[in-house]
Design a protein around this ligand. Structure first.
Ligand code: COS
Length: 357
């Protein structure tokens, strides 16, 4: 289906239904609420396997498993969890994470969307940008400023905002470089009345909630990068064995072998890093630095693997028929979303200063 999904910019409804039936939307949702309740390590291992296909498929359930649900899983009240998690786990409710704004990308503490407190609700106003799955979502986790006197993260709170509240509107999906079939849109809030019981955590905790959700999300994305790298390596080994030049398979040439070997060594390193960090998170350790290391290394690693894949396939890698150029475009996003490589380096260095190494 990969070529069709890319061509149509949509995943067919029956494939989505099959993914729901497999439990993919609820991998990380606790079993009490109808999910599979996988550990971080198990979730990452599932992604190593699942992501041997076009990343657009993962994106369809990725927000439910990760950034769209984990604020609720980690910081929600029992009532909030009972209300929403079963629908998220089954895939009936698609979730989305609304942090980024036109003027708040890497500097995510600069959000301007505001939530003014009234008697029994907040009035939410502002604009969010490049929000994954916004066009399919029925529930948003929204970070908004509740204290205009606090400039940074301290004035930000998190809210669970159902799509059907008056004043919520969604822009058209953006035309993108890759990952067709996965959509990002603007989301606008025009004086939306959000009930007080929809606030996630306390007032002023929203930025920290977002950061903790992203720590986890960055591990998830790293495992996605490993899965995609495995697929590309498989394609490269197959093609290098089949393609003949100078009277023999190009796999016999040492310059091709060097590229294959570099791909294998780096993918293995990425896999080992992810498993190690996931195990630490499962053991209750703080993995802010480890998750950022994984995201930095794995997203750059899959970029190098995709680049070598185009080189090994040569002209065939550049034309659309083999799908290699599609992966080359798809993987570029991994170095940008859920924190760019530059932000990962910054997070790593800050944690090193705190930990003394
Ligand atoms: N876990 C828990 N708390 C965290 C945290 C984490 N991972 N990261 C930061 N915090 C806390 C800090 O401890 C600090 O708390 P105090 O004010 O009590 O000291 C507070 O949050 C503010 O942190 P900091 O001063 O580090 O914030 P900065 O504005 O300097 O920004 C970066 C931090 C740049 C790391 C953050 O804005 C970031 O990750 N940006 C990228 C965002 C991103 O990934 N966007 C992608 C879109 S979402 S798909």
């Amino acid at each position: 289906l990969e070529a069709k999904v890319s061509e149509d910019d949509a995943i067919p409804a029956d494939a989505l239904a099959e993914m729901r039936a497999l439990g993919l939307f609820g991998l990380s949702i606790p079993e009490t609420y109808g999910g599979l309740g996988l550990s971080m390590e198990a979730e990452c291992r599932a992604m190593f396997e699942f992501c041997r296909c076009s990343p657009a498929f993962r994106s369809s359930f990725g927000t439910n498993v990760g950034i769209g649900s984990q604020g609720l899983v980690m910081f929600g009240t029992d009532a909030q969890k009972k209300r929403w998690l079963p629908g998220i786990a089954s895939g009936e409710v698609v979730t989305s994470f609304a942090l980024t704004e036109p003027e708040a990308g890497s500097d995510s503490a600069a959000v301007r969307t505001k939530a003014d407190r009234a008697v029994d609700h907040y009035v939410l106003s502002g604009a969010k940008r490049y929000i994954t799955n916004a066009n399919r979502a029925s529930l948003f986790t929204v970070m908004a400023r509740t204290d205009p006197n606090q400039k940074g993260g301290a004035g930000v709170s998190a809210f669970l905002v159902p799509r059907d509240l008056d004043g919520v509107s969604i822009g058209k999906p953006e035309k993108k470089m890759g990952q067709q079939g996965a959509h990002i849109c603007d989301v606008n809030f025009d004086a939306v009345k959000v009930p007080i019981e929809n606030r996630l955590g306390e007032e002023g905790q929203g930025f920290r909630i977002a950061m903790q959700v992203l720590d986890r999300g960055r591990l998830h994305i790293s495992s996605v990068c490993v899965g995609v790298a495995e697929r590309l390596i498989e394609e490269c080994v197959r093609y290098a064995g089949e393609r003949k030049q100078f009277g023999q398979a190009i796999a016999n040439f040492q310059m091709i072998q060097a590229m294959l070997a570099d791909c294998r060594a780096e993918a293995n390193a990425g896999r080992a890093m992810v498993i190690d960090a996931a195990r630490k998170r499962d053991a209750g350790e703080n993995v802010t630095m480890e998750a950022a290391c994984c995201k930095l290394f794995c997203s750059e690693m899959v970029g190098r693997v995709a680049d070598r894949a185009v080189q090994i396939f040569g002209g065939a890698g550049y034309v659309a028929d083999h799908g290699i150029e599609r992966f080359y475009r798809d993987v570029r996003l991994f170095r940008i979303y859920e924190g760019s490589s530059e932000i990962q380096r910054l997070v790593i260095a800050r944690e090193m200063m705190k930990r003394g190494g």
